[in-house]
Write a protein that binds this ligand. Structure first.
Ligand SMILES: Cc1cc2nc3c(=O)[nH]c(=O)nc-3n(C[C@H](O)[C@H](O)[C@H](O)COP(=O)(O)OP(=O)(O)OC[C@H]3O[C@@H](n4cnc5c(N)ncnc54)[C@H](O)[C@@H]3O)c2cc1C
Length: 403
């Protein structure tokens, strides 16, 4: 069995292509959209025009049997800017939910509508978190009730922190269909464009990722056709019957869904970390104090050495988990969680060090490390906090139901 870490020609081309877009379109726009705290629609349009935003792009990255294409693309995108990166990537949360739970017909019907087209790009939203159900997904209160006579589901509840919530063309909403079963009694639904009763009420003001829209979403008797239940009614009924009989889904199967998406999120954090590191490295070579560039002091040079080492270590974990996911290797030690945990924490530590290396300049908006520092923090919070990642890893390696 051979082992190598070289990227192949296609992966290298992909990296250069996304990097080019990040450097020429995203970077120059980053500060403006951070200040405006708005979705950068013109940038999305540019990305859609060149084929970087859309179903085809995701399908192409999926066709890479090594699993590395998506983390490579994400790292470059977020190297450009975290907020704009999330404005471009936020839709993939909804797409991943449709891909993970939907039938192939549902995939074909809804995924293109999540993205729109190059002339008129749209976004998708995945609404799972609730005010009382963050890390504790089983505490979800949003209810979906089936009305057989009309073959409709009626959904009511409140969702919190939804990326693209209220501005999305397609919302994917999770709801409990049988609260007595906890998280096993939940299902995901597509809420089609223009459906009455769904409203993104409050746009949330954030520390970072400000070019990405985040909002609370209210669902007031939202009626969707039976066909909007992802996976279909028959599969849901079977799943609920198994849960009622007390058959446990294997821990590995339950964990797998989340583990699969985590390296892609870790790669986003990595992009922000690398951008801050590179900026600090250049600054340290040119900033002169005590008659010499500050990088000539070990305290500064060693900090940069640590930053680079941590970034490279995080990337290896991200690539390993992405490869494992694509090649259906079991995540026996929570390797997906490891990758997101490490990359998130590295991003926070590296961006903080970058601010420090720039001194007072690092604290100003004139330099991008201030924004990168704010953007990086989300990576220890969303898509499972660092504590939840540690919980997954600890349970996986110990076999103990640690709380
Ligand atoms: C910018 C942004 C975008 C987001 N986008 C989306 C989105 O698109 N869709 C979506 O559904 N959600 C989204 N979220 C929500 C996000 O996933 C949650 O905020 C996250 O899962 C944490 O939930 P919480 O905020 O309720 O924190 P809590 O669950 O209340 O956690 C608070 C603290 O307690 C700790 N904690 C909780 N339980 C345990 C435990 N058992 N052991 C140890 N520590 C514990 C946590 O780690 C954390 O430090 C987004 C959030 C933000 C800020």
């Amino acid at each position: 069995m051979e082992f190598w870490l070289d990227l192949n020609d296609e992966q290298r081309e992909l990296r250069e292509w996304v990097h080019g877009f990040a450097a020429s379109v995203i970077r120059p726009a980053a500060s403006e959209w951070d200040e405006r705290e708005e979705t950068p629609w013109p940038v999305l349009q540019e990305a859609a025009k060149i084929g970087l935003y859309g179903f085809e792009f995701l399908a192409n990255t999926w066709s890479d049997g090594s699993g590395l294409s998506l983390p490579i693309a994400n790292e470059e995108l977020f190297w450009g800017d975290g907020g704009i990166g999330m404005a471009i990537s936020g839709t993939s949360l909804a797409v991943a939910a449709i891909f993970g739970s939907g039938t192939s017909d549902q995939l074909l019907e809804w995924v293109p509508q999540c993205f729109g087209d190059a002339a008129d790009p749209k976004v998708g939203a995945f609404c799972s978190t609730e005010p009382e159900a963050g890390s504790d997904v089983a505490a979800m209160r949003t209810r979906a009730v089936y009305h057989e006579a009309t073959d409709e589901w009626v959904i009511s509840g409140q969702k919190a922190y939804a990326t693209n919530g209220g501005i999305a063309n397609v919302h994917v909403v999770t709801a409990s269909v049988d609260p007595s079963l906890g998280s096993r009694g939940q299902a995901a639904f597509v809420v089609p464009p223009g459906t009455k009763g769904l409203a993104g009420t409050r746009k949330l003001k954030k520390l970072g990722l400000r070019a990405s829209h985040t909002a609370d979403v209210f669902l007031d008797d939202v009626r969707v056709p039976g066909s909007c239940l992802l996976g279909g009614k028959e599969a849901l009924d079977k799943r609920l019957a198994r849960a009622r009989e007390g058959q446990r889904r294997s821990g590995q199967a339950a964990m797998r869904t989340f583990e699969l998406s985590r390296p892609a999120v870790g790669a986003q954090a990595l992009g922000i970390a690398r951008a801050a590191y590179e900026y600090a490295l250049e600054y340290a070579k040119t900033r002169v104090q005590f008659g010499r560039p500050i990088i000539e002091n070990q305290a500064v040079a060693f900090a940069l050495a640590d930053m680079r080492t941590e970034i490279d270590a995080a990337r290896l974990l991200v690539w390993r988990a992405a490869w494992m996911g694509r090649n259906e290797k079991p995540f026996e030690a929570g390797e997906g969680s490891m990758s997101k945990l490490k990359a998130g924490e590295v991003a926070v530590a590296v961006t903080e060090k970058a601010v420090q290396i720039l001194g007072g300049a690092g604290y100003l908006r004139e330099h991008p490390v201030e924004r990168m520092y704010r953007d990086a923090k989300i990576y220890t919070i969303f898509e499972g906090t660092s504590e939840i990642q540690r919980l997954v890893i600890a349970r996986a390696v110990s076999g103990v139901q640690i709380r």
